[in-house]
Ligand binder design. Structure first.
Ligand code: V55
Ligand code: FE
Length: 492
C-alpha cells in the first residue's frame, strides 16, 4: 500500500478542502443590492493529494473554481475541482504522481509527458466563454453553469504559444483581449509570444519576442498605445530543472526589467528598461500620454515567495517581502535604460489589487486592495494567528489625492483579494461595489463582504456567511450575467 496522506498537511484555515460544494441559497446579513446580477468567480488551489515533496511550492496545488451567483438579492455558491489531466491521472492512481512545481523531471515516469498544469490562478471570461488560467499552460474551458471542466482551449489552433498568462487584459473600449505566453516554446525557452484576440475570441495577430533572460512574467499592463512587460530576478534553466529542482530561484544580481513596446507594432521597437531589485508580480493599470507611459503597480521590494530559494543561499527575508503602491514613468522620448519611480503611500499593501475594469488601459484614479491597518484591533488569542500575517482592511487608494477610504472587516478576520463590480448603467470610475471573501479565523468559515465602493468608510452593505471554509482564492473577478452567455456564432 502506497502512503497517500502520510505527509503533514496544512492545519487550521488552510487545511485541505477535498470536496466539491453546492449551496443553493446563502445566509445573508444585511441587504444584497438588487442590481447585482452576475457571478463572482474565484480560482485558487487545493491539494487533492498532498504534494510529492513537502517543500514544493503552494502555487502547485490543484485548481479549484468557485462562484457566488447573484440574482434578485439572493446568492448561490458552487465549487468544483478543475478536472485537469493531472487531476484525472492522480485520481485514477489514487495518489500524487507529479513532482515539483513546473518540473516534469521530478514526476513519476508514467505522467512525465502529461500536461501537468493545475490551472489554479485566475478566472477569465471572454467572448462568452469561461476559463481557468495558469501561466504554465493553455486556458481550461469551464461550463459557466455547472462549472464542469470542458478542456484545454487553443483558440481553434491559432494560439501557438504553449503557455497563456493568468493576467490577460481586455480593452473596455473594443472588447479586444491581449494575452501572452512566456516560455512559449517549451520549458526554460526565451520566447515570449503576444496575442491580440478580438471580441469574438478569434486570434487576430501574433507578435514574437525574445526576453533578455528567462524569468517569471506573471502579469503585464496594456495601455491604448503600449504593452508593458515587467519581470525580475526569478530565473530558471534546463540544468536547474534536470537537477530536479523547483522551477524558480531568486538571483538578486540580475536587474529588474520592464519591456515597453508599441501596441500596434511588430515588437521590433521594444525597449527593455532596467531597475533595482524588485519583485514584479502584479500591476494595477497603466496609460500612455504622448511619449510617457505611466504604470501603477504594487511591486514587492524583493523575493516574495519563501519557497523559491535565493541562489546566493541567503535565507528568505520577510522584511523585504512587502509591497507598496508605486507609480513608474517611462519617457519614450528620451534615451536611457531607467524609469522614474515613486512610492505613493507610505503603508505596505497586499499586492492582489483591482481597478475599475471599465478603465483598464486608460488613465485611472482609484486602486483597490487590502492592507493591514495597525490602528485596528486583532485578536491573536482567539484566532491563534500572529497579526503580522493578516490583512484586515479593504482600501480605495486615491492616486490623485493620496486619500485612503477604508473598510475594516473584523478583529478575527483576514482578507483575500477584493473585486470591483461596476454599477450597471453608470460609467463613472469607481461607481459600483467592492466585494471579497474574508476568512473568519475563529468560526473557521468564509464570509463574503459587499460594500459600496465609493463609500467604504460608511461600512458594508451585506455580509454573506458560508457554513464552511471556502476553497482558497488566488484571483477572482466579477462578471455580469450577460457576459456569461455564449456568443451567437460570430463572423467567421
Ligand atoms: C503567482 C501565482 C501562481 C503562479 C505564479 O501570484 C505566480 C503569483 C497561483 O499560481 O503559478
Ligand atoms: Fe496573479
Amino acid at each position: 500500500m502506497v502512503a497517500r496522506f502520510s505527509r503533514p498537511q496544512p492545519q487550521g484555515f488552510l487545511a485541505p478542502q477535498r470536496f466539491d460544494a453546492d449551496l443553493l441559497d446563502c445566509e445573508v446579513e444585511g441587504t444584497i443590492p438588487a442590481d447585482m446580477d452576475g457571478d463572482f468567480v474565484r480560482v485558487g488551489g487545493e491539494w487533492f493529494y498532498p504534494p510529492k515533496f513537502p517543500d514544493d511550492a503552494p502555487l502547485h496545488s490543484d485548481g479549484y473554481i468557485s462562484r457566488f451567483r447573484f440574482k434578485d438579492g439572493r446568492v448561490a455558491y458552487k465549487g468544483r475541482f478543475v478536472r485537469t489531466p493531472r487531476f484525472e491521472a492522480n485520481l485514477a492512481a489514487g495518489r500524487q504522481q507529479f513532482g515539483y512545481y513546473r518540473n516534469p523531471f521530478t514526476c513519476e515516469a508514467a505522467v512525465r509527458g502529461l500536461n501537468g498544469t493545475v490551472s489554479n490562478t485566475a478566472p477569465l471570461v471572454h467572448a462568452g466563454k469561461l476559463f481557468t488560467l495558469k501561466e504554465d499552460a493553455l486556458p481550461i474551458e469551464i461550463d459557466p453553469d455547472t462549472l464542469d471542466t470542458i478542456g484545454q482551449w487553443d483558440f481553434g489552433g491559432d494560439y501557438k504559444s504553449e503557455t497563456f498568462t493568468a493576467h490577460p487584459k481586455v480593452d473596455p473600449t473594443s472588447g479586444e483581449m491581449i494575452a501572452f505566453g512566456y516560455e512559449a516554446t517549451g520549458l526554460a525557452s526565451d520566447d515570449l509570444f503576444v496575442y491580440f484576440i478580438d471580441g469574438h475570441g478569434q486570434v487576430a495577430r501574433e507578435v514574437r519576442l525574445k526576453v533578455p533572460y528567462v524569468s517569471m512574467i506573471h502579469d503585464f499592463a496594456v495601455t491604448q498605445d503600449h504593452l508593458i512587460f515587467p519581470f525580475a530576478c526569478y530565473t530558471t534553466s534546463m540544468e536547474r530543472l534536470e537537477a530536479g529542482k523547483v522551477h524558480w530561484a531568486w538571483n538578486r544580481q540580475l536587474p529588474s526589467m520592464i519591456g515597453v513596446m508599441r501596441r500596434d507594432g511588430d515588437g521590433s521597437d521594444i525597449r527593455w528598461f532596467k531597475g533595482p531589485e524588485r519583485c514584479m508580480m502584479h500591476v494595477f493599470n497603466a496609460y500612455s500620454e504622448g511619449d510617457k507611459v505611466v504604470l501603477h503597480a504594487p511591486f514587492y521590494e524583493s523575493n516574495f515567495f519563501p519557497f523559491f530559494p535565493n541562489v546566493d543561499g541567503s535565507p528568505w527575508d520577510p522584511t523585504k517581502a512587502v509591497a507598496y503602491v508605486r507609480r513608474l514613468t517611462f519617457d519614450l522620448g528620451k534615451p536611457g535604460e531607467s524609469w522614474d519611480e515613486e512610492i505613493l503611500f507610505p503603508n505596505p499593501i497586499g499586492d492582489l489589487g483591482k481597478v475599475d475594469s471599465r478603465y483598464t488601459t486608460l488613465p485611472q484614479r482609484y486602486a483597490f486592495t487590502n492592507f493591514a491597518d495597525a490602528a485596528r484591533p486583532f485578536d491573536e488569542a482567539r484566532t491563534g494567528m500572529p497579526r503580522a500575517r493578516i490583512t484586515n482592511t479593504y482600501g480605495r487608494f486615491d492616486l490623485h489625492t493620496g486619500a485612503i477610504d477604508r473598510l475594516f472587516v473584523g478583529d478575527t478576520h483576514t482578507l483575500q483579494e477584493c473585486s470591483f463590480v461596476p454599477r450597471r448603467g453608470s460609467s463613472e470610475e469607481g461607481d459600483g461595489y467592492l466585494i471579497g471573501t474574508v476568512s473568519n479565523l475563529v468560526e473557521m468559515r468564509t464570509e463574503l463582504v459587499i460594500a459600496d465602493a465609493q463609500r467604504l468608510g460608511e461600512g458594508e452593505l451585506a455580509r454573506l456567511h458560508l457554513p464552511f471554509r471556502a476553497a482558497a482564492q488566488v484571483h477572482g473577478c466579477w462578471y455580469d450575467a450577460e457576459q456569461l452567455t455564449p456568443l451567437a456564432e460570430g463572423p467567421a
